[in-house]
Design a protein around this ligand. Structure first.
Ligand SMILES: [Zn+2]
Length: 343
């Protein structure tokens, strides 16, 4: 009996082969979840956040792999209690993005704002409004009044950047989100985002995971055109490999028209039992997708992919951005936003 291949390498690829990666400059990972981990953390889903056995080891493994791929700075979402130990260990290598969140449906607005204030006191640069359709039951609407209040407080504290998770893959709206009465349509998810960008046009808005719509580059273009404050991060590696690849030319053309509005990100999450190769697989695929002309089966297992013609993973087709545009997407745009003066 041979064991099945690991999710991070189902094709048996050699991740040490990086001859197709020609970019030599620094990179900022604008979207990640570097946290303390604990032996009792669930294998998926949010970590315990407290209790014995807290470890920085996964953060060390992940950021060492990041450095191999040229990543000099990583922006992380983590619990407020993790910020001090992470900062002490990694210094300026990390920047922090504060979740404006409720863990349960019955958490009060006051409790959520109290947690958020802890983040502001710790000097975060970015705030995150996670409002995927599956968060509706917890009241996680992007334009909920308590979130509008949090943004006002963030702005007063000098925060200039808001990251949003608005939508999920098209395929989820046919499966997990098939109950429209409960989850709304994919288009419904963008109504609140547009309302918020109209309410806070002086903030920088970043749509996480190709703004949730890599299936429709024309929609991304509409948002970029209509809202000068709107930016997009490239994170969620499996999703982008699956949906950017078949539209590689459209995405390339779009990024060339708006090169100062895109930010490199991975959405990597530290988890207590992960191996280095898991982190390597995401960095390798993200860079391969954006900077190379590499074409082949994606090395990462993808449960959202319907196997076709004997292929068990989607085709990864490199977008091949020009070098100067890579410099913007990988580094200069992130630096410009992180260095914005507080107003
Ligand atoms: Zn994320």
């Amino acid at each position: 009996m041979t064991s099945p291949p690991p999710e991070y390498n189902v094709t048996g690829i050699d991740y040490a082969d990086r001859r197709h990666l020609g970019y030599m400059g620094p990179i900022v990972d604008f979207h990640s979840h570097v946290m303390l981990t604990r032996p009792g953390d669930p294998p998926t889903g949010p970590p315990l956040g407290k209790g014995p056995g807290a470890s920085l080891q996964q953060a060390e493994i992940m950021l060492a792999a990041a450095a191999e791929f040229g990543i000099t700075q990583t922006v992380t979402m983590c619990p407020p209690d993790d910020i001090v130990p992470l900062r002490k260990r990694f210094g300026d290598q990390l920047q922090f993005n504060a979740m404006v969140n409720k863990r349960t449906a019955d958490e009060s607005d006051e409790q959520a704002l109290h947690t958020f204030e802890q983040f502001l006191e710790l000097g975060v640069k970015i705030v995150k409004l996670w409002s995927a359709p599956r968060g509706r039951e917890r009241g996680l609407f992007i334009d909920a009044p308590w979130r509008i209040e949090a943004l006002k407080r963030a702005r007063s504290a000098g925060v200039r950047i808001v990251m949003v998770h608005v939508a999920d893959p098209d395929v989820w709206f046919r499966t997990v989100y098939a109950d429209i009465a409960k989850f709304g349509t994919k288009a419904d998810a963008y109504v609140g985002l547009e309302r918020m960008m109209t309410l806070f046009p002086d903030m920088i808005w970043i749509g996480a995971h190709m703004a949730g719509d890599s299936e429709h580059p024309d929609h991304l273009e509409t948002l970029l055109e209509k809202y000068p404050c709107f930016h997009i991060d490239t994170s969620a590696t499996k999703w982008q490999v699956r949906e950017v690849s078949p539209r590689a030319k459209a995405h390339r053309d779009l990024i060339l028209r708006y090169p100062d509005r895109f930010l490199f990100g991975t959405d990597l999450v530290t988890r207590h039992h992960l191996t280095r190769a898991h982190y390597v697989s995401r960095y390798w695929c993200q860079r391969t997708l954006w900077e190379s002309a590499w074409v082949g089966p994606s090395p990462i297992a993808d449960s959202d992919f319907t196997p076709t013609d004997g292929a068990s993973t989607p085709t990864l087709r490199g977008v091949g951005l020009p070098y100067d545009v890579l410099g913007m997407v990988y580094h200069a745009n992130a630096k410009r936003l992180l260095d914005l003066p507080a107003v």
